[in-house]
Design a protein around this ligand. Structure first.
Ligand code: P53
Length: 486
């Protein structure tokens, strides 16, 4: 086996999907607090009051707050992120379980609105700072290195209402204030940071036939985030030169479904628009040549200053990190056999099998992706999300036999092993939802990822009791043997 002795084996979660305690200790709201539950075929809805004072809801995917509307929470709706799995009150117990598995790294995110409830306060919320200090201390005491996502889709809702969704330059300085606070506060406790989780989702999941206006907004949103990220890298390094600050890309391996040159070109477009665009700016410190082509196609004109370009150049990341769940097959030909329900994840690839949520199971796609991005950036890499969302059955004796999940992980770890053998500098692996949590895409609990089961259900019931699945014991062995015993 090729894993170095200090390889970071671990798991990952995000604040809004696990913490719960949405309105506790001064926390402000984020988008997930006004988003209902859904399923693979029924979209999650965002709830708000329109300009005439009427209750309204619209699908989460592609959501934009209408003129004069205000986000709102309604008693007759169920918001699964409000309770999450109550990590806020269970973190000690949860970290003890991660320690038992032998975790070397735990990826989690800070909820911006716990630190700055509306984003615009001048002083941070002490209770929020204390919570993460306690969590990081608990992790350190357990010998687990924290990997902290600074933003995991959770912009303070007050900012979104006031300035649109990253449609204002003002966001850069507000994010700077937030990162300065946490970089100073957790110096000595945290070393690894990620500026924006799956930053590329904004463009990658924008439908290819979206309006020019939607493309304009997506590219502008990204530009402000790129500058914010580059500022964060510089601020972080000034506060602690040991900080390792990474980008985080939603890694999807795109394949053309046919050999038609149109499909080959379309596939290249998917990689450029969906995957490379963000990584190139964050790793190379400038926009790639093809950016002009992408903008031109949709008549995009961006607010980019000379100073912004300097910031991008001076704020390149130290690490490239990404999530990997699936490959996606795409075609320009008419093809109704799409997968993924209300969020399309391409068309069916006859050589692959699919999860119950339409995600292609493709471990080789992970190695392909690792090879492509290492060749492109030559930066240390981490796979910071990978996992199988599946229905789990609790047996009468309380055991959970999730061999499908073990098979999934085994196959992906084997591909990482091969990549390392080739010389790729892969330094860590944090599996997604190492403890069951609320799905980002569908808001479901029953789409479970964990080694640890949480008794929490889609109708809001459950005791929140934690229990160990078969995969818990398996992953413990994997870590113990440093990837030898699969
Ligand atoms: P869920 C779509 C495709 C790939 C990754 O996703 C994605 C999404 C968004 O749904 O998001 C990441 O929970 C994200 C996590 C999320 C995880 O993948 O929809 O960083 O927050 O939970 C899994 O099954």
């Amino acid at each position: 086996m090729t894993f170095s002795k200090d390889f970071y084996w671990g798991g990952a979660v995000a604040a809004n999907q696990c913490e719960g305690a949405w309105n506790v200790d001064g926390r402000g709201m984020a988008r997930t607090d006004v988003t209902t539950g859904g399923t693979v075929n029924t979209p999650r809805m965002v709830t708000f009051i329109d300009k005439d004072g009427q209750k309204q809801k619209l699908p989460k995917h592609g959501f934009k707050l209408p003129e004069g509307a205000h986000f709102a929470v309604f008693d007759d709706e169920l918001y699964p992120n409000h309770d999450g799995i109550d990590f806020y009150h269970h973190y000690k117990e949860d970290i003890a379980l991660l320690k038992e598995m032998g975790f070397k790294m735990f990826r989690l995110s800070i909820s911006w609105s716990r630190i700055y409830p509306t984003g615009e306060e001048t002083e941070p919320n002490q209770a929020g700072l204390d919570f993460y200090r306690n969590v990081f201390t608990e992790l350190r005491n357990a010998g687990i290195e924290p990997l902290v996502s600074i933003w995991h889709f959770d912009t303070p809702l007050a900012l979104e209402e006031k300035y649109g969704d990253w449609q204002d330059r003002k966001y850069i300085e507000l994010y700077e204030k937030y990162v300065t606070t946490i970089f100073k506060e957790y110096k000595g406790l945290v070393k690894y940071w990620l500026t924006f989780n799956e930053i590329n989702n904004t463009i990658n999941f924008l439908p290819d036939d979206a309006s020019d206006e939607a493309f304009q907004e997506a590219y502008q949103h990204l530009h402000y985030q790129f500058v914010a990220s580059a500022r964060a890298v510089q601020i972080g390094h000034a506060i602690d030169p040991n900080y390792q600050i990474g980008c985080m890309i939603c890694g999807i391996t795109y394949y053309p479904l046919t050999s038609d040159p149109e499909d080959i070109l379309f596939n290249r477009y998917k990689w450029e628009k969906g995957i490379f665009y963000c990584g190139d700016v964050q790793c190379k410190g400038k926009y790639p040549t093809y950016a002009k082509r992408l903008w031109k196609e949709h008549n995009v004109e961006l607010d980019i200053t000379e100073q912004d370009l300097v910031e991008l150049k001076n704020g390149t990341v130290d690490l490239y990190t990404f999530s990997y769940y699936m490959s996606q097959s795409i075609t320009t030909h008419k093809n109704e056999d799409t997968v993924g329900g209300n969020m399309s994840f391409g068309v069916r690839n006859p050589y692959l099998t699919y999860s119950d949520w339409g995600w292609a199971l493709d471990p080789q796609g992970l190695r392909y992706y690792l090879e492509v991005v290492y060749d492109r950036y030559e930066l240390p890499l981490m796979v910071v999300e990978n996992g199988l969302g599946a229905f789990d059955t609790v047996e009468e004796d309380g055991s959970i036999h999730d061999d499908y999940r073990i098979d999934y992980y085994r196959a992906h770890i084997k591909e990482m092993d091969k990549a390392i053998e080739e010389g790729i500098d892969l330094i860590g692996y944090t599996t997604w939802g190492c403890i069951d949590l609320v799905s980002a895409g569908t808001g479901e609990m029953r789409k479970r990822y964990g080694f640890i089961y949480v008794d929490k259900h889609d109708d809001g019931t459950g005791t929140m009791k934690r229990s160990k699945k078969d995969s818990f014991y398996w992953y413990k062995k994997v870590i113990e043997s440093n990837g030898e015993n699969l």
